[in-house]
Design a protein around this ligand. Structure first.
Ligand code: SF4
Ligand code: MG
Length: 271
């Protein structure tokens, strides 16, 4: 491990439990690089995760960490931020954890605009529990619970977050590592709820069921299908069909929840 990032890991917890070629390690690398660039105090930075492959990330990181219950990472993170708004709080969650079991917590964290940075590891499947399809599994894709192809439509998580009230939304992939690092930095600087969706590769479950080849092939797929908004505009409808936009997708100004709560406390505690 590079010495400049080793300080952010609990080295005694390694080796990790992820499969060879899994994209989760790339996301962690980008996260700690972003934290390093932001010069965040390690003792005032909190990582909160739910359940699943991605959620194991908190255990490997040397910050204050909470590995919580399925779908509830944002609820725990809300409590941490509410009690100690001065802390830097990151939420590490998978597509199943965040958008199915945790879907309600997700929309309400976005609606409150509480100052958290949620990083959603979107590998389009439940990796840890055996490869079931999730709300982020694209139509027609295979999983253990959709052996003939998924019939359900997919959440557009970025649009959902924006519609619910998130004030910063970005998307990158495990191929676009510089973009991912920059989005985490920008998301952290946003004073409100920030969503960073990372399209990551799971060669063991999603890749295997959908014959996507090696981990390197899956990264090439991300390179070829994740396009900037400017490039997307110039594509024909047919060309757009299998592409998705990467970059900053949404920004808006809105009052931040813990600041509003603090103001109310000051007003009524004075009485
Ligand atoms: Fe990674 Fe998929 Fe293995 Fe989970 S099952 S560790 S997401 S490759
Ligand atoms: Mg998943």
């Amino acid at each position: 491990m590079l010495p400049e990032i080793a300080q952010y890991f609990r080295l005694e917890k390694l080796p990790h439990m992820w499969c060879p070629g899994c994209g989760n390690g790339i996301v962690l690398h980008c996260l700690v690089k972003a934290i390093d660039k932001l010069c965040l105090d390690q003792d005032r930075t909190v990582m909160v995760s739910g359940i699943g492959c991605a959620a194991r990330a908190s255990g490997y990181l040397d910050f204050d960490t909470l590995h919580t219950t399925h779908g509830r990472a944002l609820a725990f993170a809300t409590g941490v931020k509410f009690a100690k708004p001065e802390l830097h709080v990151f939420v590490l969650t998978g597509d199943g954890d965040c958008t199915a079991i945790g879907g309600n917590h997700f929309i309400h964290a976005a609606r409150r605009n509480i100052n958290l940075t949620a990083i959603v590891f979107n590998n389009s499947i439940y990796g840890m529990t055996g490869g079931q399809y999730s709300p982020m599994t694209p139509p027609a894709c295979r999983a253990t619970t959709s052996p003939y192809g998924n019939l359900e439509r997919t959440f557009n998580l970025a649009e959902l977050a924006a519609a619910a009230g998130a004030t910063f939304v970005g998307r990158a992939t495990t191929y676009h590592t510089k973009l991912l690092t920059d989005l985490i930095i920008e998301g952290h600087k946003n004073n409100g709820f920030s969503l960073i969706e990372v399209v990551t590769h799971c060669p063991t479950a999603f890749g295997r069921y959908n014959k996507m080849g090696s981990p390197a092939d899956m990264l090439k797929w991300q390179r070829d299908h994740g396009v900037t908004a400017a490039r997307y505009q110039n594509l024909t409808p047919a060309e757009r069909a299998d592409k998705f936009i990467v970059g900053v997708l949404h920004k808006q100004e809105a009052p931040e929840y813990t600041a509003a709560y603090q103001k109310m406390l000051e007003k009524f505690q004075g009485r």
